[in-house]
Write a protein that binds this ligand. Structure first.
Ligand code: UDP
Length: 141
């Protein structure tokens, strides 16, 4: 078991649904600490840069349009095995395939409006955290 940090985003659909607090409670109840947070409306360039790894995928354009369609809540989560733990809390990418009790099952409508983002590996977590937060903005507790 290692203490990790992971980058989490509450996407525009979940912000619009007013469930930021309910999603934060899932993180906290699972032992993950919110050590940095910011509410932002992403620019197109920011969203494209964040999802650069998907730039050749057919859904890239729609994904970027969706991510800039409203404000998002971006946070760094810290805790034991935070990356995998957050992925388990999120559930499968497609909410229809996500297990009951997961965030995507409970709060998301579709594969493109799927409530949350979470880093999928240590390298991506490091890149994604640095993309939005300078080191001094992270308050490890
Ligand atoms: N996505 C989509 N259509 C797809 C696959 C993915 O709209 O067929 C979107 C979806 O919002 C997903 C994001 O692209 O969360 C990134 O895809 P990834 O495969 O990395 O899924 P995740 O790690 O978010 O579960």
């Amino acid at each position: 078991m290692t203490v990790q940090r992971t980058l989490s985003i509450v996407k525009p659909d979940a912000v619009a649904k007013n469930v930021i607090g309910k999603i934060y409670t899932r993180f906290e109840d699972a032992g993950l600490k919110i050590v940095a947070a910011q509410m932002r409306q992403l620019s197109q360039a920011e969203a494209e840069g964040f999802y650069e790894v998907h730039k050749d995928r057919p859904f890239f354009k729609d994904l970027v349009s969706f991510m800039i369609s409203g404000p998002v809540m971006i946070q760094v989560l810290e805790g034991e095995d935070a990356i995998l733990k957050n992925r388990e809390l999120m559930g499968a990418t497609d909410p229809k395939k996500a297990a009951p009790g997961t965030i995507r099952h409970d709060f998301a409508e579709s594969i493109d409006a799927n409530a949350v983002h979470g880093s999928d590996a240590p390298e991506t977590a490091a890149r994604e955290i640095a993309y939005f937060f300078p080191a001094l903005a992270i308050h490890s507790r």
